[in-house]
Ligand binder design. Structure first.
Ligand code: SF4
Length: 94
């Protein structure tokens, strides 16, 4: 499930943050967060991105997805392709 120890720790931080805020938007309507697997419409995907933008645990969510190199789904308001581009930019800077 986790690619390394850092990813496991990042997941723990995400779950701790989620425990503090309670239910988050992606739990009530998860299909739009995984458009690769589900049949979400473009407008549903846009809505999901907007809700991620307002999510109180967005930072922890995105950090986990980047750390664990999640290849699917919308995490922290970013799709896998966008996360991959962000990782490449970050590696170029480092
Ligand atoms: S930022 Fe993460 S936890 Fe928050 S709604 Fe989006 S996918 Fe869910």
């Amino acid at each position: 499930m986790f690619i390394n120890r850092r990813a496991a720790e990042s997941y723990r931080r995400l779950m701790d943050a989620k425990d503090q805020v309670g239910e988050v938007s992606c739990q009530s309507y998860p299909d739009a967060w995984f458009p690769e697997r589900e049949h979400a419409s473009d407008s549903e995907v846009r809505m999901a991105k907007e809700l991620c933008g307002k999510c109180p645990i967005r930072q922890q969510c995105l950090e986990f997805a980047l750390t664990n190199e999640e290849a699917h789904g919308l995490w922290g308001g970013m799709h896998a392709r966008d996360r991959l581009l962000l990782l490449r930019k970050t590696q170029q800077v480092a």
